[in-house]
Ligand binder design. Structure first.
Ligand SMILES: [Zn+2]
Length: 317
């Protein structure tokens, strides 16, 4: 495995730069399919079957995912491995860094919309919700649902345009949404029913999405598949949107490319190395604390102070 690492780092340099960050941004990174041997370097249990006989040493015991995979016909073997790696890395990272038990979940990956529609009837009762999900997944590559569901759409142009690392990352991103929803408890049930231009019950959209991105980067970094510091040092943060303008759902989704990068920079500054501050925040909101109070308690400074801190940081970049 040692000799894989230099290749992996080279791969990282080419694959991570420009990687799409969120479920709705366009993937413009083109990268050859990740070879199974490189996947082995993640040392995740879910991808171990591809390990060559001499791949060692034995990695330390890791948290075992509780995710069931339902793959429709036509999902490429490498895509199955990326999805499993995304789950395994995120599960393992959240267990090690924050003591979060694996979330019981099901990942559906169906290239054909009508087969996805039929499969989802096993987990979603409301046909209108299924219909809406199938329509969204004709365009977006992945989404997370209440009840521990991750839906991946490997036939979308955006999934196809993503590099192998980016495909792993988007699944890790969705897995963290499941963690958030589990910590939020009943508050998570109000996410979908809250009008898109209102104050979010789950906390600001920049934090909800930015923390999923941040965790996905950290999870892949633990397997040396990406380097967030390196990435952030290489990019220019757009300055036409302020973080205070990314709190509601509609603000976030109208922010174009800014919505991918600015929240990631913000969460990196907010959290530093303390991922438990994120889980404390969502736990507190789940217990009924208004998000601004939970923010002060979890992150050690009130929202306006953090916004000022971030503006100062961005001005100094
Ligand atoms: Zn997301």
């Amino acid at each position: 495995m040692a000799e894989l690492l230099p290749r992996l780092r080279l791969f990282l340099i080419t694959a991570v730069a420009g990687a799409a960050l969120t479920i709705a941004c366009s993937g413009d990174d083109e990268e050859p399919v990740l070879e199974p041997a490189v996947i082995v370097a993640t040392s995740t249990p879910g991808v171990r079957p591809t390990s060559p006989p001499d791949a060692s040493p034995t990695p330390p015991a890791q948290a075992q995912s509780r995710t069931a995979f339902r793959f429709g016909s036509g999902v490429a073997p490498e895509d199955r491995a990326y999805m499993q790696a995304g789950i395994d890395l995120a599960v393992d990272y959240m267990a090690r860094a924050a003591g979060i038990d694996p979330v019981k979940s099901t990942l559906y990956a169906y290239p054909h919309p009508e087969l996805l529609r039929i499969a989802l009837t096993d987990d979603i009762d409301n046909p209108l919700l299924i219909d809406a999900a199938v329509r969204r997944l004709a365009v977006i590559p992945a989404e997370a649902h209440l009840g521990g569901l991750i839906l991946v759409s490997p036939s979308t142009a955006e999934w196809q345009a993503r590099s192998s690392v980016s495909r792993i990352r988007v699944v890790a991103h969705e897995y963290f949404h499941l963690v958030q929803m589990q910590l939020l408890g009943h508050v998570a049930e109000r996410i979908a029913s809250t009008p898109v231009d209102r104050e979010r019950p789950e906390g600001p959209s920049w934090l909800f999405e930015g923390s999923a991105d941040w965790v996905s980067w950290q999870a892949l970094e633990s397997a040396e598949l990406s380097s967030l510091d390196g990435y952030l040092a290489s990019v220019t943060v757009p300055n036409d949107v302020d973080i205070a303008g990314l709190e509601t759902f509609i603000e976030y989704y109208h922010a174009g490319e800014d919505r991918a990068l600015l929240p990631l920079v913000a969460v990196d500054l907010l959290v530093r190395d303390d991922v438990r501050s994120l889980t404390r925040f969502y736990e507190s909101v789940g217990r009924g604390l208004p998000w601004r109070e939970a923010f002060s308690a979890a992150f050690g400074r009130p929202v306006p102070s953090f916004y000022a801190e971030l503006r100062e940081e961005l001005a100094g970049r």
